[in-house]
Design a protein around this ligand. Structure first.
Ligand code: NAI
Ligand code: MG
Length: 339
């Protein structure tokens, strides 16, 4: 134990808190209350990002905020508005994130089209068509270069199989999503690498063409456990899975880095309800649970998840779930369960 004053010598975990725009300003403070209620002595440091700071300073992601996230043990982020791409992608970069983990689960007490859904998407977070290599070749002609490397494919595959192996009691297999029949070189390399990594683990795996997989996810979501995806496929298929479990207000995500990590709800800034105090804080609280587990506080993470699940089961519910409760009401209910 060194000092406990939150100074530079503190050995407390440093959590960067970046609410961003819109309902980020409502759900991130709610999730922070939950982190405070659950125990570990964190040092919270606040940062600005998004449309509002862009309007003020010209920059959606000030260097200061980027450095804050890069230097923190973990970052809790809300959402940005129209500047989302200028904020989220560099922030994921700043924490060295290579894996985007998106659990999609239906919860008792919440209407879900497919209540049997319990899938974790492990999405490659740096490559594919999101590598940023787009070109105007000539007027009316554009190109995009899709980048897949063996090293990044191996790293994300290893993460997915480790994740599955550690959860052997609840995870029965890994499915590798790809389109290697068409993108033979790029997805061919992704699939081949994933299979080579999978062979090192005692976890069964199969693979699926991502278009057919989209259909099967809707028809039989209970057949899937961990789905390992290239970047774009993971983005699209995990949003599809949000629809299976009852909407965006419930989906957390972790951008796992080699050191830090960025934890954020899958949803955006929800300008249609921002400022009304009725945003559902569950996705951000569940992201906070992932943050706790990432830092090794497994029990605290599980407590947060149970408190959120209990509140989803018994209410109160925000309007997106058919209730009339406010963010404040839900936060009080979750915190009360933690005390
Ligand atoms: P959105 O996720 O903000 O909203 C979609 C719908 O879901 C809206 O009707 C909204 O009210 C509802 N919703 C979302 N989260 C909710 C919650 N926690 N509680 C209750 N209802 C919730 O997506 P949309 O409308 O496509 O985008 C709005 C803005 O957010 C855009 O400017 C977009 O660029 C940005 N965005 C940012 C993201 C990020 O920062 N990671 C991700 C997605 C969108
Ligand atoms: Mg998306």
């Amino acid at each position: 134990m060194t000092t406990n004053d939150g100074g530079a010598n503190s050995d407390r975990e440093r959590i960067a808190v970046i609410p961003g725009d819109g309902i980020g300003q409502e759900v991130v403070p709610a999730a922070r209350e939950v982190l405070e209620a659950v125990g570990p002595e964190f040092e919270f440091v606040a940062g600005e990002a998004g449309d509002a700071v862009r309007d003020k300073t010209g920059e959606a992601l000030p260097d200061e905020t980027r450095e804050l996230a890069a230097g923190a043990d973990a970052t809790l982020f809300g959402a940005a508005g129209e500047t989302a791409a200028d904020v989220v992608l560099p922030l994921r970069n700043a924490v060295g994130s290579f894996a985007n983990v998106r659990p999609a689960r239906a919860y008792p007490g919440v209407d879900a089209p497919h209540p049997e859904t319990d899938i974790v998407f492990v999405r490659e977070n740096t490559q594919g068509v999101y590598s940023g290599h787009e070109t105007d070749v000539a007027p009316g002609v554009t190109t995009l270069t899709r980048v897949i490397t063996e090293s990044a494919s191996r790293e994300i595959s290893r993460y997915a199989f480790e994740y599955a192996a550690e959860r052997g009691e609840t995870v029965s297999h890994v499915t590798v999503a790809h389109k290697a029949n068409v993108m033979r070189k790029t997805d061919g390399l992704f699939l081949e690498t994933a299979e080579a990594v999978g062979a090192e683990y005692d976890v069964p795996y199969d693979d699926a063409l991502m278009d057919a997989l989209a259909m099967h996810l809707v028809q039989r979501p209970e057949d899937y456990d961990v789905v390992l995806c290239p970047n774009l496929a993971g983005d699209v298929l995990s949003d599809l899975a949000a629809g299976l479990v009852g909407g965006l207000g419930l989906l957390p995500s972790a951008n796992v880095g080699r050191e830090g990590g960025l934890f954020e709800p899958v949803h955006g800034s929800a300008p249609d309800i921002a400022g009304e105090g009725v945003a559902n804080p569950a996705a951000t609280m569940l992201s906070a649970a992932l943050l706790l587990e990432h830092l090794g506080y497994d029990e605290a993470g599980q407590r947060v998840r149970s408190a959120v699940e209990g509140t989803l089961a018994d209410g109160p519910h925000t309007p997106d779930l058919g209730g009339s409760a406010t963010t404040r009401d839900v936060t009080d209910a979750v915190v009360a369960r933690l005390e």
